[in-house]
Design a protein. Structure first.
Lengths: 239, 239
DNA sequence: GCAAAAGTGTTGTGTCTACACCCATGT
DNA sequence: ACATGGGTGTAGACACAACACTTTTGC
């Protein structure tokens, strides 16, 4: 690759997008929007829009999402990546910065008529490069479930372990045992018991204890899985 | 946050930047460039430049870096984040997409006179928000050392375990035992012995075996530390 | 009492760190 | 022989998954 002094500086249009996930009916779903305009008119796409003057990317995506869901319901929002393939938008050169957003499972935002939840495991054909973004977002989410407290973002304020299990199962895409989920999250002090319990259902059964996440913002809980810093217990300074 | 139909679509200038790391003299260092122009004339900054028409962000940063180091020496390059604070560049609105780049420890690229390596633990004052980018890049690198084979990117083709230890120590910022480093990386099959050995130095000592990374591109080696998918061994389909 | 659901005890396995010890070479 | 640096053996701590078992409720 060689420096090309003839290359013209580009001031590309810049869009923001978000893959907003919620666990609904025990399945991970993503908020999609049916395009009203060409290109890809009628196809499903991620919600978002153009970056405006004077705003950051994050405030821009929050502004665009506000037309779809109440922003107070967005419990987590993080930047994923910026896409720049010149041909990614047939309508003309456009960069797009993608975000991952999460919504707790106990809210059901009123949606505009052109917006719907879709199962991530049964996506329709998506416009642009949006399918790749959804998959990247799911990978990011899955990874962070292992080494952060990101579960707080799709869980209600308080919940039982088996409710939480349903959420983790949906997000991870495989079975999760409540026994082990409880052990892992308690051992790492992500969960605290609230002291209250949920009433048994009509079928009986032992009432479940209610828990909540100790911290409701992202926290890394397993920084160094291997190659940890050496043990400081034995160290003693010389007089 | 409310939708503002008056907001004007922005076509911001877009820059690309890279925090290029190399372990030099046993210390993690980053390539910095002394600015010739205002703003921040004379201050140190990350190398990069403007996005040009028709190129992707990645090809753009490769093009700009080519003026500083031979691109063939860049063994890893990944996108970090896109910065968008309106005031981040006093010269006017500009987005910037930051990359993390790595160079193996056995090359010593010829640098232009305005470019120098600086220890990451003793950074000078940096222009713009570049200090935050360098720290983000280091965090990303440290994290990936735990669960990927990213070490290949700052290691030579072949190396002894204690040479590799020096690299990991520099990147992680703490002591690393060669014993454990060898065990972890062999257990995970990141390293393969080449069968050759390095000659002893003048001081004698047992000649060290030479290893190389099994794969020289990024690979996740510890996908699920916890909450793994259940064991499939016992499963048997019913007739 | 019995079914249902939640939660605890326990065991086996694997991974990691730390440290003692052994190996191969130069002088 | 002995210093030097490389490498292996091994033990203890811990985390994890799996599964048996107990607890607490409704009917």
């Amino acid at each position: 690759m060689v420096y090309d002094p003839e290359a013209k500086t580009d001031r590309p249009a810049h869009a923001v997008l978000a893959a907003v996930f919620q666990v609904r009916d025990g399945v991970l779903q993503v908020l999609l929007w049916e395009r009203a305009l060409e290109p890809f008119k009628g196809a499903w796409s991620l919600p978002g829009g153009a970056l405006s003057e004077g705003e950051t990317l994050e405030s821009s995506i929050r502004r665009h999402l506000a037309a779809k869901v109440d922003v107070r319901e967005l419990t987590h929002l993080e930047q994923l990546e910026t896409l720049s393939e010149p041909a990614r938008n047939p309508g003309g050169r456009e960069l797009a910065t993608a975000y991952l957003g999460l919504i707790p499972s106990d809210v059901d935002p009123a949606l505009p008529h052109d917006t719907r939840w879709h199962r991530v495991d049964k996506l329709p054909a998506l416009a642009f490069d949006h399918e790749a973004i959804v998959l990247t977002a799911r990978e990011r989410l899955r990874g962070k479930l292992s080494y952060t407290n990101i579960g707080f973002a799709f869980a209600p304020e308080t919940f039982t372990i088996s409710e939480l299990r349903t959420l983790y199962r949906a997000a991870l895409g495989h079975e999760v045992s409540s026994t082990n989920l409880q052990r892992v999250l308690l051992r790492r002090h992500l969960l605290v018991p609230t002291g209250t319990r949920r009433e048994s259902g009509r079928a009986g059964g032992r009432p479940a204890a209610l828990y909540s996440f100790r911290l409701r913002r992202l926290e890394i809980t397993d920084q160094f899985a291997v190659l940890r810093p050496p043990d400081r217990r034995a160290e003693q300074q010389q007089p």
